[in-house]
Ligand binder design. Structure first.
Ligand SMILES: [Ca+2]
Ligand SMILES: [Ca+2]
Length: 98
């Protein structure tokens, strides 16, 4: 879990959580990450965004989550999600996605 900052630039900070070992409807260990929008009323029960690993079976998407600051200068903070078991053309390469 991480507090990346104000991802949507509405004045309230968001929370991002990773669940890397969570089985999905597709694969065991695919994992996912979810972003919960901050507000004056607190954190909502449902995420405003979520993403799961690539459908390669076991990417462990969400092993690490972090804010990266405003990398592209648009005033909104970027979030990075790590997937250490993601497989590409060279085998288990791992990757980080935003
Ligand atoms: Ca916000
Ligand atoms: Ca940005």
């Amino acid at each position: 879990m991480a507090g990346p900052g104000d991802v949507d630039a509405d004045g309230c900070d968001e929370v991002v959580a990773g669940a890397p070992c969570t089985p999905t409807a597709h694969y065991l260990g695919e994992g996912y990450a979810a972003l919960y929008s901050g507000s004056a009323g607190g954190i909502p029960a449902l995420p405003s965004w979520w993403g799961r690993g690539a459908p390669d079976g076991r990417s462990c998407h969400g092993t690490s989550v972090a804010g990266a600051g405003d990398v592209d200068g648009d005033g909104k903070v970027e979030v990075l999600v790590g997937a250490p078991e993601w497989s590409g053309p060279l085998g288990t390469e791992g990757r980080a996605a935003r």
